[in-house]
Design a protein around this ligand. Structure first.
Ligand SMILES: C[C@H](N)C(=O)N[C@@H](CCCCN)C(=O)O
Length: 473
């Protein structure tokens, strides 16, 4: 019968197409171990450049005061403006939407280009070229006289950098899924975070050394900007491989289909109690880490009377610790679970470290490694836990939403830290007293600890299985 034949023919056709797709997956570029790990290191370079630039000026706080007249509030403002596009324009959320619409190559290139433009503008704002009546100097001098033209240009640069940087992290997460899904995905995520932290570590160690260059202190800012610009070129290499992979394998078989973003999705997210607790933990925990990290080198310099180079080296102990511990805890969570408990331990350790910094003179080398332990426990447990709570189709929106909420803290707390410093230290004080600033960071640690406890309690009701190994849920 013709209809029967047609049925058999369609079944054969569907089976054959599926087989061809499987065959294509088997023989695609991602099946070469060398190629997919080379891709990870390629985009890892972009991530390292991102984190390098974010931290490049942290060990130079006193240099910025000496050379550009920044006070602690100006420095806090500079650190925090990174988060303005992500909080007030919801860029991390819209970046995810744009990613779904335009795809990895165009979105990645566009947002990394924003990063490079922002980084170059920041370096230009600090340069002698600009300060000697360079392009834009007169304009930047024409409004808000309370803020220097240097600060305003650097704020504009860091704003654009922040606009590109958060979305580029979302793009790179998607790239890792594209190449490693069904392979060693958790390990790939751990290595990706390790590469990001290498960028932070290098920034803390290199910047204070580069300011002593013969060509002047701004070599440190230009170097950071050129690192990000190189990352844009490196991403072009990635794009060629991405295109080749898409040609080999039908796109739909590689990228998990995500439904178009709807605002009602946000409604579903914010009525999920576990998701709320993990988001609030993300906000408080990261607010006690990244803004502290931005001030840490200056804190060591003032509290322990060290040089810029020594202080930067101590601060670098934290990312060094995370490079070792994060893949280990990622492996532990995959195999044994206990993610909610690890988040509790991480928040507790964070609080103890900040209290130690506030009230004792225990050697900061050791405490920064211990902080690295806390900063490995929570991220290694937190990000995979979100994947257990949220449907895969909504994971992009969920991460985007979490990034936006987290950026609220990354925006507010550097400003607060700077204001507390300026408020508690009379003008012209020789060495700054950080006690109240450290109490603020300890307070954030305690609140994070409470959210981690609530998350574990809620997990018993919601049954997401955060305490179970990865493959049992
Ligand atoms: C700063 C950025 N928003 C952030 O949260 N980075 C995390 C890694 C996020 C990975 C999400 N899949 C970090 O721990 O650096």
């Amino acid at each position: 019968m013709p209809s029967e034949k047609a049925f058999v023919f369609s079944v054969l056709l569907i089976t054959n197409t599926k087989l061809m797709n499987t065959e294509a997956l088997k023989n695609s570029l991602r099946d070469s171990v060398v190629t997919r790990w080379a891709m990870l290191f390629t985009v890892g370079f972009v991530l390292a450049a991102n984190y390098y630039f974010y931290d490049a000026l942290s060990p130079l706080k006193s240099t910025l005061t000496r050379e550009l007249g920044f006070d602690s509030t100006d420095f806090g403002l500079f650190v925090s403006v990174y988060s303005v596009p992500n909080v007030f324009l919801l860029m991390a959320v819209f970046g995810g939407v744009i990613l779904d619409k335009l795809g990895i190559r165009r979105t990645g290139f566009m947002f990394i280009a924003f990063m490079a433009l922002g980084a170059l503008l920041t370096a230009y704002g600090a340069s002698d070229m600009y300060r000697n009546e360079g392009l834009g100097y007169a304009f930047m001098s024409s409004f808000m006289p309370g803020y220097s033209p240097e600060l305003k240009m650097m704020l504009l640069g860091r704003f654009l950098f922040g606009l590109g940087a958060e979305t580029s992290i979302v793009v790179i997460s998607k790239i890792i899924v594209k190449w490693f899904k069904g392979k060693e995905l958790a390990l790939a995520f751990g290595v990706k975070l390790g590469l990001a932290r290498t960028g932070s570590m290098l920034a803390l160690m290199l910047s204070p050394r580069l300011i002593n260059s013969e060509a002047g202190w701004t070599v440190a800012t230009w170097f950071a900007a050129f690192f990000v610009t190189t990352a844009l070129l490196v991403f072009l290499i990635y794009m060629m491989f991405d295109l080749k992979l898409d040609k080999q394998v039908e796109k739909s078989t590689l990228e998990s289909k995500s439904d178009p973003f709807k605002f009602s999705d946000l409604g579903k997210l914010i009525t999920n109690r576990s998701f709320i607790f993990v988001t609030l933990l993300c906000l408080t925990f990261y607010s006690a880490v990244f803004p502290f990290f931005a001030f840490s080198a200056d804190f060591f310099k003032n509290k322990f009377g060290l040089t810029e180079i020594q202080s930067g080296d101590i601060a670098a102990m934290m990312p060094l610790g995370t490079m070792l511990f994060t893949p280990i805890f990622g492996f532990f969570v995959d195999k044994y679970g206990k993610a909610a408990s690890l988040m509790i331990y991480g928040s507790l350790i964070l609080t103890i470290v900040h209290l130690t910094f506030a009230f004792t003179t225990v050697t900061p080398y050791v405490m920064m490694v211990v902080l690295g332990l806390a900063f490995s426990l929570v991220p290694a447990a937190m990000w995979p836990s979100v994947a257990k709570m949220i449907d895969e189709k909504r994971i992009g929106s969920a991460y985007g939403f979490m990034f936006s909420v987290q950026n609220l803290g990354l925006w507010a707390f550097p400003i607060l830290a700077g204001m507390i410093l300026d408020g508690t230290n009379p003008v012209g004080t020789e060495s700054l007293d950080y006690t109240y600033t450290m109490i603020m960071f300890s307070g954030l640690g305690i609140v994070g600890f409470i959210f981690a406890l609530l998350l574990k309690r809620e997990d018993k009701v919601s049954g997401y299985g955060l305490e179970l190994p990865s493959n049992s849920k």
